[in-house]
Design a protein around this ligand. Structure first.
Ligand code: KIV
Length: 511
């Protein structure tokens, strides 16, 4: 148990995250994400903005009924209807929270709300006090706080606390703050708000200048003990602070931050994938913590270091984040001999010194022409440059499928081994491709799980070639296969055999 103070994690993936252009979660997706957030052990889930639509109210109510553990919050503008709708939705929760927000900057007051400061004070007081009649857990946010006159924010915050607010959230609504400035502003609150000790300070940072995580951490250094953000950093415009970055920054640099969080890092990867899928917002490969490349090492010097000791170039353990397979050595033109040697070893290949030199030279040629040299390329290089022969275990001799909307899809396949012997079998499946793959599994006597299947057209017109790319997993390893044909069922069969042959070759060489 840590002696340091706790920072409460407030997730707003389902509210601010859903405000990203192009995102609309279904009720089921929201429930699935909320359950995953509970497993991540966040402290507060902002489940939605109930007044915004009947559907949103319903999904917040469902989350409040079904998801136990975290506080469930609903957002409300400083208006009675909003506060009432928020309560209607969150009242079912074990611990309900109403989050009231109201702009405090001159530009919002003059240009958007057309109100003066007295009006704003009155609206904030009335809305917070109505919320406090429903629940003792009320959060208040002066929107656009970082572009507001600090004196007005202090007065507004003091009034909100007087009316019953227990959390005061300082939003950097348009991502305008600079970390040192934001830290100083948060630090100034207790000195300027006489009743500040009665409420917890929170920070909510947008990423317009790419500083959302830095500002959130600065806010914590300034005294905030709640931090808001979203999974994968989704949100309005350039997004919100990314919670996985904040959680891992606090955990990795607890020596400097001197605070702790209760979130469980081993849930980070799976929830990131869930949000990526449900939101349709694909992560950039170099996204911190959860991007595809976050723990992949490509250059020779880094690979050499990581192979000697992981911590030489990794400050977090990917296994602790639930990332399948952990760190990876990626073979590219910047890779070194140590990286190549280690990959060959893991494939069970131990070339002589001369052979290794030839493999290395051939590898550099291939790497110059390709972004990444995968195991299949490596097998081809090994087979060309050494006495170790890699030959396809099976080739497709025949595939025949019967399918349609009246009957069970059935496939017959005939495969040929390197000696020209053929074997044939048939299977039924949920669809024609499934039937083909089951028939191939029967002939080859293998069990694989298909984890990815995609088909795209590589030429145009009625006689277009369809290219099928698949990924199968066997004994915990993944293999990709690809093939093109004018008949996508034939391409599917060849792509599957392509992956299967790779898997068999790797196994044979290892043996
Ligand atoms: O960005 C913002 O100001 C908000 C508030 C509602 C907290 O999302």
């Amino acid at each position: 148990m840590s002696n340091s103070e706790k920072v409460y994690i407030f997730d707003t993936t389902l509210r601010d995250g859903e405000q990203s252009a192009g995102i609309g979660f279904t009720v089921n997706e929201k429930l699935e994400i909320a359950r995953a957030l509970a497993r991540l052990n966040v402290d507060i889930i902002e489940a939605g903005f109930p007044i915004s639509s009947p559907g949103d109210l319903e999904s917040v109510a469902e989350i409040a009924k079904q998801v136990k553990g975290p506080v469930i919050a609903g957002l409300a503008r400083a208006a009675f209807n909003d506060v009432d709708a928020a309560w209607e939705a969150v009242k079912h929760a074990e611990t309900p929270r109403i989050h009231v927000f109201l702009s405090s900057s001159d530009i919002h007051l003059a240009q958007q709300l057309r109100k003066n400061r007295e009006d704003i004070m009155e609206m904030a007081r009335a809305a917070v006090s109505r919320a406090a009649k429903y629940t003792s857990d009320v959060e208040f946010s002066p929107m656009d706080a970082t572009r507001s006159r600090p004196e007005f924010v202090y007065q507004l915050v003091e009034a909100a606390i007087e009316e019953g607010a227990t959390t005061i959230n300082i939003p950097d609504t348009v991502g305008y703050a600079i970390p040192e400035e934001f830290e100083a502003f948060i630090r100034s609150l207790p000195e300027n708000v006489p009743n500040m000790h009665k409420a917890r300070i929170s920070v909510h940072c947008q990423n317009d200048l790419g500083m959302a995580t830095a500002n959130s951490l600065a806010g914590i250094l300034g005294g905030a003990r709640q931090v808001e953000g979203t999974i994968n950093g989704i949100g309005e415009r350039a997004g919100n602070a990314s919670l996985e970055e904040i959680i891992m920054s606090i955990r990795t640099r607890d020596d400097f931050m001197n605070v702790h969080v209760d979130a469980k890092p081993q849930e980070i990867y799976s929830i990131s994938k869930l949000v990526e899928r449900a939101s349709g917002m694909t992560l950039q490969p170099h996204k911190a913590i959860v991007g595809k490349n976050a723990f992949r090492h490509s250059s020779g010097i880094h690979q050499d270091g990581v192979l000697k000791m992981r911590e030489t170039y990794e400050i977090m353990d990917p296994v602790e984040l639930g990332i399948p397979g952990g760190s990876a050595i990626v073979l590219t033109k910047t890779s070194g001999r140590h990286g190549l040697q280690s990959r060959l070893e893991s494939l069970g290949i131990e070339p002589s010194e001369d052979e290794f030199q030839r493999i290395w030279d051939a590898f550099l040629d291939v790497a110059d022409a390709k972004d990444e040299v995968d195991d299949r390329d490596l097998m081809a290089i090994v087979s060309e440059q050494t006495q170790i022969q890699v030959q396809d275990a099976w080739t497709l001799d025949l595939v025949q499928v019967s399918t349609g909307d009246h009957g069970t899809p059935t496939a017959t396949v005939r495969l040929m081994d390197p000696d020209g012997n053929t074997s044939e079998d048939a299977a039924i499946g949920t669809g024609p491709v499934d039937a083909i793959y089951r028939a191939i599994n029967r002939v080859t006597n293998t069990e694989n799980s298909l984890t990815e299947f995609s088909v795209k057209s590589v030429t145009e017109g009625i006689d277009a070639q369809g290219e099928v790319t698949i990924r199968v997993e066997t004994d915990g390893d993944a293999y990709q296969g690809r093939a093109a044909d004018t008949d996508i069922l034939v391409a599917s069969a060849r792509a599957y055999l392509h992956a299967l042959n790779r898997a068999i070759a790797v196994k044979n060489i290892a043996e």
